[in-house]
Design a protein around this ligand. Sequence first.
Ligand SMILES: *Cc1c(COP(=O)(O)O)cnc(C)c1O
Length: 344
Amino acid sequence: MKKYADFRSDTVTKPTPEMRKAMAEAVVGDDVLGDDPTVKKLESLAAALMGKQAALFVPSGTMGNSIAIKAWTRELDEVIIEARSHIYNMESTHMTFISRVSPRVLTSHRGAMDPEEVEKNIKKPSVHLPRTSLICIENTHNNWGGAVVPLENMRAIRKKADRHGIRIHLDGARIFNASVASGIPVKEYAETADSVMFCLSKGLSAPIGSILAGPKDFIDFSRRIRKALGGAMRQVGVIAAPGIVALEKMVSRLKEDHERAKKLALGIYRLPGIKLDPEDVETDIIIFGVEHPHLSAADLLEKLKQKGILALSVPQGIRFVTNRGIDDSDVERAITAFTAILHS
Ligand SMILES: *Cc1c(COP(=O)(O)O)cnc(C)c1O
């Protein structure tokens, strides 16, 4: 048995043998000079999947989101964003640091902001007020436990944005998880947004990289911002090649991650101290509170670790994420560990 079943994130996976082979054999060139055929292939494949004119390979999802916000806004602008979103909470405040815009933070129902509330918060600039130039939506929603934001909600927000001439950026780090869970093609989600970022390095198991997709002029400008941020790289094909494998081969298996997350949730939600509704587990992420007379979330994490189960603490309690490195026996092992700890 392996030492640890690692549920900390869907980013802990290693490249598949096919990805390693693709890396070794990748045809490369200097991408800053536009010479790398492999990254060009990845970018056109990604653009086609998202139904966008163009796409840009970026080193991380955070850089993709940073570039999008920078490209769609000017200093003094305001950006409407959801309270628990990754961009607002987990990306070291690049919104203020790089783009010098302020967030207008709205609450939501499991990541879905109320379109009426969004509209009420759209501002026309005055001597007192900023201009609202962008709305950011996250799907699936990480801190809402991998919730799938309904397509109808995104379409309703799109209508509001259009009425006021405002852009929408989709933080679709896990948009393929949303698509696999709902059966709705990624293109349909992406259609509701002007730009979309997604990660190759999460459930799709590529070692590095994310994609930013959108209209051609936006991507041309984004390429200049990427350079300014130090994200333009040379023989990028070496890391773009596993990204192509990720898109061509790794999407459909996400449903296994979702099934295992559900199985784990169903196996633990009745245990004393676990605050979890298994209905809320829609994709690969399980977030639950710990309300136990003798154990804090930190105690529980430590005891799980002693039994070979790794997970992370989050503000709401504990987060488990299934991933390609987790199999059915790891899920059984986790349920057994929880049961032993919480029934003792
Ligand atoms: C992971 C993540 C990102 C950022 O990706 P990095 O590659 O870690 O910078 C952005 N948004 C969401 C929702 C994420 O989960």
